[in-house]
Design a protein around this ligand. Structure first.
Ligand code: GLU
Length: 599
């Protein structure tokens, strides 16, 4: 359960900006406080956090481009949203270059150490998979972070400012402090037990042994120093220098407190991550996934994310049916069925090493025909549905696969600039709070991304594409998406939420394109997430609005989930108009702004 950011705390956040005097202050001072929706021109920023959005807008107003602003905003999120993002994690950066009219990607996914084996998450004594918290809060879950390399590479290739100058506003926020809001406090409270195991984490986030009160100014001078070290020495400091040594020591022997603040029932294990694993980290630049949907071209992230393939496949399946005069319930029925089918295929076929021909097949119209033939407009399929037969062509599926679990938290941001460049960037440390381990003296949390691997085979007799292996990247669901229409950007969007990211992105697209909602309506609308399970997890408002119609078609619902996702997006209108949108209420509400607000 999360709390809404109250007006008071939104004001506190803005006041803090002014009192701490970061370069972002003018951005906030220039107009009304940053709300969830903004209309205007000349570039835009949408993130989950007003400080990060203000920093991004300030970079744009000072002449920086979308890549500069995205990196500065992401670095700020590493301070103010440290439980979802930061240099201890990874992510996927999707960039539309207006001059080249081309979409590029950076795969900055965390990577397993060379020593990683298939049974990494199984207790050697019992052969049984570890309980999730035992795997998460350990060195075993920590992959080599890709985020510092992502920022450096994005700025080098497409930015116009040195990385150091883009880290400085975030370093200042870390130095001078920011006001704790209700979402932040709640995230600490939810993590009090794991955070309490490590002095490095509890000193920072459990001052006096308890979560900081709303309104407290929280400082992180260690992180400010870390950012400035990277500013001076470049990312070598992180992958080969002092930071690399500290990361390796922390993972090999997690710094468990002599007197932990609270009980923890699991052993906290170290793992064999070495300096060579950090030194050998490489970004990848896979071609984006590409599919078309009702006159739009949809670009997404390829493997190791399953996001682009799954969103593309589900849209292709939906496109088999003309929905122009369909009822809202029928459109949602098609959405839920397409999503279940796409998830069955993702679980069976998609992982870091899926051959390109299989990815191409999954996102082809031929495959969509092969899968859509299973959908009945009057009756929901029994879930879980089996995956399709990747070597076949008929409607007969392959033997059944199983649904798989999902992660918890991440953050997303969307930026555009006056030249028409667009960045869609999802970054994460996996669970809210990552592994729970702050690197002592360095001020950032290490990810637990490696728990995105399956701990044991999930696909019966068929191979599981997402088992651990040496130097392997775990499958992700992150779906940073850029949609073009008539060859120009139309919409950029993304969200956190583990495997529900795929359905959140899909549902916003369906709301906008098929149901004709405006972008802010499409973002606010209640969500449901059919990931190929018998009961559909849905927000309470979705159930009260559509349950009767959808159960009439044979769908059934699982227990309510309070909220799904925390999306950000920008829509590009004719004549250069922009609609920047963040969540009105989920995860406390987000912050969107434009360079030149519409009067
Ligand atoms: N680790 C998840 C993934 O890569 C993201 C976690 C989340 O967004 O909650 O798919």
């Amino acid at each position: 359960m999360r709390f809404r950011r109250t007006t008071a705390s939104a004001v506190t956040a803005l006041l803090t900006l002014t009192t701490v005097g970061v370069t972002a202050a003018p951005a906030a001072a220039r107009g009304a406080p940053l709300g969830p929706t903004a209309y205007g021109y000349g570039g835009a920023v949408s993130t989950v956090d007003p400080t990060a959005t203000a920093v991004g807008l300030d970079v744009l107003r000072r002449g920086g481009n979308a890549v500069d602003a995205a990196v500065a905003a992401a670095a700020t999120l590493g301070v103010t949203e440290p439980f979802s993002a930061g240099i201890g994690g990874g992510g996927f950066f999707v960039y539309y270059d207006a001059k080249q009219r081309k979409v590029h990607t950076i795969d900055g996914r965390e990577t397993g150490p060379a020593s990683m084996t298939e049974d990494w998450f199984r207790n050697p004594e019992t052969g049984q998979p570890y309980a999730f918290p035992e795997a998460r809060v350990s060195g075993l879950s920590v992959g080599v972070p890709g985020t510092p390399a992502t920022w450096a590479s994005a700025v080098r290739k497409w930015g116009s400012r040195p990385l150091g100058s883009l880290l400085e506003p975030a370093a200042r926020v870390a130095d001078r402090g920011f006001a704790v809001d209700a979402t932040f406090r709640q995230q600490v409270a939810d993590n009090a037990a794991p955070f309490g195991q490590f002095e490095s984490t509890s000193e920072l986030y459990l001052p006096g042994g308890a979560p900081p009160a709303v309104g407290t100014v929280l400082r992180n001078p260690d992180l400010a120093d870390t950012y400035r070290l990277i500013a001076r020495q470049g990312t070598d400091a992180f992958y080969r220098g002092a930071l690399a040594r500290d990361i390796v020591a922390t993972v090999q022997e997690p710094p468990v407190a002599e007197n932990p603040l609270s009980p923890w029932q699991y052993e906290i294990r170290g793992a064999d991550l070495r300096l060579s694993d950090l030194a050998n980290y490489r970004l990848r630049h896979p071609a984006p996934t590409r599919s078309t949907y009702r006159g739009h071209t949809v670009y997404g992230m390829s493997t190791p994310s399953s996001g682009g393939v799954a969103v593309g496949e589900a849209l292709n399946i939906m496109e088999r049916t003309n929905l122009s005069s369909a009822s809202e319930v029928q459109v949602l029925h098609q959405y839920l069925e397409a999503s279940a089918l796409a998830f069955a295929d993702r679980n069976r076929y998609v992982g870091a090493y899926t051959p390109q021909w299989q990815l191409d097949r999954l996102i082809s119209d031929r495959w969509a025909r092969q899968r859509a033939c299973r959908i009945d407009p009057g009756q929901a399929l029994t879930k879980p549905v089996p995956p399709g037969d990747i070597r076949g062509s008929g409607c007969t599926p392959a033997p059944v696969g199983a649904p798989v679990s999902d992660g918890k938290s991440t953050t997303n941001l969307t930026v555009s600039d006056r030249w028409g460049n667009v960045v869609e960037y999802t970054l994460t440390i996996e669970q809210t709070g990552g592994s729970g381990i702050v690197v002592p003296g360095r001020g950032f949390l290490l990810n637990n991304e490696l728990t995105d691997f399956n701990f044991a085979p999930t696909q019966g007799d068929a191979p599981d594409p997402n088992l651990p292996g040496p130097n392997k990247r775990p499958r992700s669901s992150m779906s940073p998406t850029i949609v073009l229409k008539d060859g120009k950007p139309f919409l950029a969007l993304g969200s956190p939420g583990g495997a529900t990211i795929i359905t959140t992105v899909l549902q916003i697209l369906v709301n906008r394109i098929d149901l004709g909602m405006t972008l802010p309506e499409a973002m606010a609308a209640p969500r449901a997430s059919q990931r190929n399970s018998a009961g559909i997890p849905a927000e309470p408002a979705f159930r009260s609005r559509y349950e009767a119609g959808l159960t009439g078609l044979g769908h059934s619902f699982a227990a309510d989930v309070p909220e799904l996702g925390a999306a950000t997006a920008i829509e590009f209108r004719r004549g250069g108009g922009l609609i920047a949108a963040a969540e009105p209420t989920r995860r406390g509400g987000g912050a969107a702004g434009t360079v030149r607000p519409r009067r």
